[in-house]
Design a protein around this ligand. Structure first.
Ligand SMILES: *[C@@H]1O[C@H](CO)[C@@H](O)[C@H](O)[C@H]1NC(C)=O
Ligand SMILES: *[C@@H]1O[C@H](CO)[C@@H](O)[C@H](O)[C@H]1NC(C)=O
Ligand SMILES: *[C@@H]1O[C@H](CO)[C@@H](O)[C@H](O)[C@H]1NC(C)=O
Ligand SMILES: *[C@@H]1O[C@H](CO)[C@@H](O)[C@H](O)[C@H]1NC(C)=O
Ligand SMILES: *[C@@H]1O[C@H](CO)[C@@H](O)[C@H](O)[C@H]1NC(C)=O
Ligand SMILES: *[C@@H]1O[C@H](CO)[C@@H](O)[C@H](O)[C@H]1NC(C)=O
Ligand SMILES: *[C@@H]1O[C@H](CO)[C@@H](O)[C@H](O)[C@H]1NC(C)=O
Ligand SMILES: *[C@@H]1O[C@H](CO)[C@@H](O)[C@H](O)[C@H]1NC(C)=O
Ligand SMILES: *[C@@H]1O[C@H](CO)[C@@H](O)[C@H](O)[C@H]1NC(C)=O
Ligand SMILES: *[C@@H]1O[C@H](CO)[C@@H](O)[C@H](O)[C@H]1NC(C)=O
Ligand SMILES: *[C@@H]1O[C@H](CO)[C@@H](O)[C@H](O)[C@H]1NC(C)=O
Ligand SMILES: CC(=O)N[C@H]1CO[C@H](CO)[C@@H](O)[C@@H]1O
Length: 773
């Protein structure tokens, strides 16, 4: 309870602390601090244990509290990640001269208190990753204040809460805002055009909400805007998925904001042209518009460009007309966003780890579009020590490799190229001119001729994938000279001759696939010396002789289809460890023998212990696996009354193409809605709730409660739901246009009853469940 401080105590404060320029504010400060304390229901870490009326005289020394240097006025409260929880009352007061409030990563609930956004002194407000709910409202300015509400606020960070309703247009009053982060909430409606009045805005992040509508061209008035994040796909497990689905294209004016450096909007349902102007956007460095419907493109000076999986077609023309630095110009906050966004999207991407740090890499991803014709000659202007990654896979390029195409190899420190799944043909000879190549994937094309032997000069080559072409001739032994080579995949060609012995000198080889060729002869036994070789696939050739003893357990499937090859004996459990081999090779002095005996003994006992551990681990894992499998089995759809038997989890996933954007019919109020045709003529609308595992029930409940309120033209009666570990959705009857208009003519009362009816069904479920196994 926010008890006012006892007057006696206050008097003590006044007497004991000698120079108090703003004595009157100290009472308000103390009251505000104690009100925060009172709102905290749980403080398992004891973060606020010293916050008590008993030590009121020294509140400036309470944990997390910072006072202005020359007064008792509280300037900052910093209690991030302090394990605090409790409901913040809407009327929670703030210390009158507070400039910074950081309560991020706690578990506060309730609304964003009015005073937080009404304060004329607060500059930095960070409430990210709490459980705040309700609609966000900008209150009128505090009484007696001459300045508008939130006039001083530069950072407003509310990501990772459960804020609902629309983004309030009133945020435009917060004239000083530089960073506005509203991501990962359940906000719906449009991005308000009033945001264009925020002249100082540098960062706007609205990703992972349920926003719809057009991107307002007025945003272009935010002349300082450097980072614009409309969607963000990489969700951590249990994190909130992306439901923003906008309408129309990106306004040209927004793309032309001179300060804009990072534009992030993958799978945002955007379409139209992508007018990256060649003139004005030289600052633009990172653009992710993957999985949209853009159909036309011009490339600026982009350090990161991702337009994979759009509808782009025609020839790909490079249009970098003038030199611009590859470096980001922005301040720390821009760099931070760049690292976070680009870094995250590259996790798990085999090219991503190629160059170590993303700081000195330019990446262009044009994959999975309809580009055709000749390979582009891309002019990248790279600063010193920059590497270059280029994805052109999954297009329809149909020419040969040319010297012009490899032009960037001369300026880049390292190069990675993915050309897989095109219709390229001709020889691979040009490849040897790209000395800086690290990673080259030209699989599933129609390259022919032999593999260039001077590839032995590509000393940085780490991964070479040429599978699924029409290559003939022999495997050049020169690959053995490549000390960096880790992956060599030449499978599914028409290679002949034997496997060169010299290949086994590529000591870092991890993966070697030579399957589905016409190789003959024996497999060099010295493959057994390659300590890192985990896959050696030579299946479906014409090899003969023995299978070498490999360091890693041999998978007999990698040797089948070679009728003359001796029988595969499976794992290599009998092979002694490397140390034992090397010492037995050495000079055979008595001491050395004794040593090797010890080594063998130690190795043997280690092996026995490891064996036991492995068995133990196997049983533990097996139990886990079983538990997991039984979890997976509970993909249950609960249905009401007389829902047809086709209404199963499996069918829903299939009928929505795994919630593909093609089936999206709307988005808003807690999630996105998809149309699904379960059997011909039987349509349902599936509303997938935007939430992680923790918020699940809470939001599910809220959805059921607000069902009556929500007017979605395609939602009428709830016929079932699925409440799963990672995914929850509601299933409604899908009404055609006619039925919808009939429904909207119904009396409000009737609508209420309809929703009430669904509710009742939920609470007394005469339900049947369909089990998916
Ligand atoms: C946060 O608080 C809510 C109650 O407000 C509770 O249901 C939830 O479990 C808490 N979450 C965590 C992670 O502590
Ligand atoms: C994007 O999502 C990733 C993964 O959840 C997260 O780490 C990152 O902070 C998000 N970035 C932005 C700018 O929202
Ligand atoms: C670039 O500038 C030139 C003249 O400076 C102008 O003619 C052209 O239209 C501009 N291009 C774009 C895409 O803005
Ligand atoms: C481009 O975006 C897609 C998703 O839209 C992602 O899978 C891919 O890894 C991205 N490419 C790069 C080079 O980051
Ligand atoms: C390559 O594709 C273009 C269309 O993109 C087509 O006009 C041309 O005939 C094709 N060339 C070959 C050799 O297939
Ligand atoms: C990037 O390049 C600059 C010089 O161009 C160098 O100082 C810096 O160390 C490089 N960083 C990395 C991670 O390679
Ligand atoms: C170039 O970058 C690599 C790492 O990417 C670094 O090890 C090297 O020192 C850099 N060289 C120069 C000249 O900056
Ligand atoms: C190249 O792209 C294909 C998809 O078209 C993908 O399967 C392959 O893993 C990519 N290669 C590398 C090295 O990333
Ligand atoms: C592959 O190239 C050869 C000529 O080298 C040609 O005869 C064949 O038709 C091409 N195949 C495809 C699928 O384009
Ligand atoms: C491979 O190339 C030969 C001619 O070099 C051609 O006859 C054959 O059709 C090609 N195979 C494929 C699958 O394109
Ligand atoms: C397989 O190799 C043997 C010699 O090792 C040869 O006699 C035989 O003709 C080859 N078979 C095929 C189908 O090439
Ligand atoms: C200086 C001034 O405007 N003071 C006013 C502050 O607000 C209260 C009521 O909220 C008035 O009583 C004061 O006169």
């Amino acid at each position: 309870m926010a008890a006012p401080p006892p007057p006696l105590l206050l008097l003590l404060v006044l007497l004991l602390v000698p120079p108090i320029p703003l004595a009157s504010s100290s009472a308000a400060d103390l009251a505000a601090l104690l009100a925060v304390k009172a709102a905290v229901a749980h403080d398992p870490g004891g973060a606020l244990s010293a916050w008590s009326a008993a030590s009121a005289t020294s509140y400036c020394r309470w944990r997390g509290v910072t006072c202005h240097p020359s007064s008792l006025a509280v300037a900052a409260i910093d209690l991030p990640a302090a394990s605090l929880s409790g409901a913040l009352p809407a009327a929670l007061p703030l210390p009158p001269r507070l400039r910074r409030l950081d309560l991020a990563a706690n578990n506060f609930s309730g609304p964003v208190p009015d005073a937080f956004l009404a304060s004329a002194t607060l500059r930095y407000l960070d409430l990210r990753f709490n459980s705040l709910s309700a609609a966000l409202e900008i209150p009128p300015p505090l009484a007696n204040s001459s300045s508008p509400a939130c006039a001083a606020l530069t950072h407003l960070r509310l990501a990772g809460n459960f804020l609902v309703g629309q983004i309030p247009a009133g945020i435009a009053q917060c004239r000083s805002l530089r960073v506005l982060d509203l991501s990962r909430n359940v906000l719906e409606g449009a991005v308000p055009r009033e945001l264009g009045r925020l002249g100082a805005l540098r960062v706007l992040d609205v990703s992972r909400n349920s926003l719809t509508d057009r991107i307002p061209a007025e945003l272009a008035n935010c002349g300082e805007l450097a980072v614009l994040v409309l969607t963000n796909l990489t969700a951590s497990p249990g994190g909130q998925p992306e439901f923003n689905a906008f309408v129309g294209g990106l306004p040209t004016e927004v793309l032309a904001i001179p300060a804009l450096e990072v534009l992030w909007a993958p799978r945002a349902n955007l379409d139209g042209r992508l007018p990256l102007s060649r003139n004005g956007t030289c600052r633009l460095r990172a653009v992710n518009l993957g999985q949209n419907y853009f159909a036309e493109l011009a490339i600026g000076c982009l350090t990161y460009l991702n337009v994979s999986a759009n509808s782009l077609s025609g020839p790909l023309l490079s249009s970098t007309e003038r030199q611009c630095s590859s470096r980001l110009i922005g301040d720390n906050i821009v760099m931070q966003y760049y690292d976070e966004l680009v870094g995250n999207v590259l996790i798990g991407n085999p090219f991503g780890s190629e160059f170590g740090s993303i700081a000195n890499v330019t990446l262009h991803d044009f994959s999975n579009n309809g580009f055709g014709g000749a390979l582009p000659s891309i002019t990248v202007s790279l600063d010193r020590n920059y590497s270059y990654g280029l994805w052109l896979n999954g297009n329809m390029f149909n020419t040969t490799l040319s010297a012009r195409f490899f032009g960037f190899c001369k300026v880049a420190t390292g190069v990675a190229i993915n050309l897989s799944s095109n219709q390229l043909s001709g020889s691979l000879d040009m490849l040897s001119s790209c000395i800086s190549i690290h990673n080259f994937d030209a699989g599933y094309n129609n390259f022919s001729g032999s593999i260039p032997a001077d590839g032995g000069g590509l000393h940085f080559l780490r991964s070479l994938v040429l599978r699924g072409n029409n290559l003939t001739g022999q495997i050049p032994g020169q690959f053995g000279d490549l000390a960096a080579l880790e992956v060599l995949d030449l499978s599914r060609n028409s290679l002949t001759g034997s496997i060169p012995l010299h290949l086994t000198d590529a000591s870092h080889l991890q993966l070697l696939r030579l399957d589905h060729n016409r190789l003959s002869g024996t497999i060099p036994p010295s493959f057994s010396e390659l300590a890192q070789l985990t896959v050696l696939d030579v299946s479906f050739n014409n090899l003969s002789g023995d299978i070498p003893n490999l360091r890693h357990p041999a998978d007999c499937g990698f040797f089948i289809g070679n009728p003359l090859l001796h029988q595969c004996l499976g794992t290599n459990a009998s092979l002694p460890p490397i140390e034992a081999i090397s010492s037995s090779k050495g000079v055979k002095k008595w001491g050395a023998r004794f040593k090797s005996l010890i080594v063998i003994l130690v190795a043997a006992s280690t092996a026995i212990i490891s064996f036991l551990l492995v068995i133990l681990l196997f049983f533990v894992c097996e139990r886990r696996k079983r538990a997991k499998i039984s979890n997976l089995r509970t993909k249950v759809v609960v249905t009401f009354t007389d829902a047809p038997p086709e209404l199963t989890y499996e069918n829903l996933i299939r009928a929505t193409s795994n919630f593909s954007i093609q089936n999206l019919i709307g988005s808003g109020g807690f999630g996105a809605t998809y149309k699904a045709e379960l059997v011909p003529g039987f349509l349902v609308a599936v509303k997938r709730l935007a939430m992680g595992r923790f918020q699940g029930l809470q939001q599910f409940d809220a959805e059921i409660r607000t069902l009556g309120r929500i007017r979605h033209r395609n939602l009428v009666t709830l016929i079932g739901y699925h409440l799963g570990e990672s995914d929850t959705f509601l299933i409604y009857n899908y009404l055609s246009g006619e039925q919808v208009s009939e429904f909207s003519r119904a009396e409000p009362e009737q609508q209420g009853r309809l929703a009430g009816g669904s509710l009742k069904l939920l609470s007394q479920p005469e339900k049947k469940t369909s089990q998916h196994t």
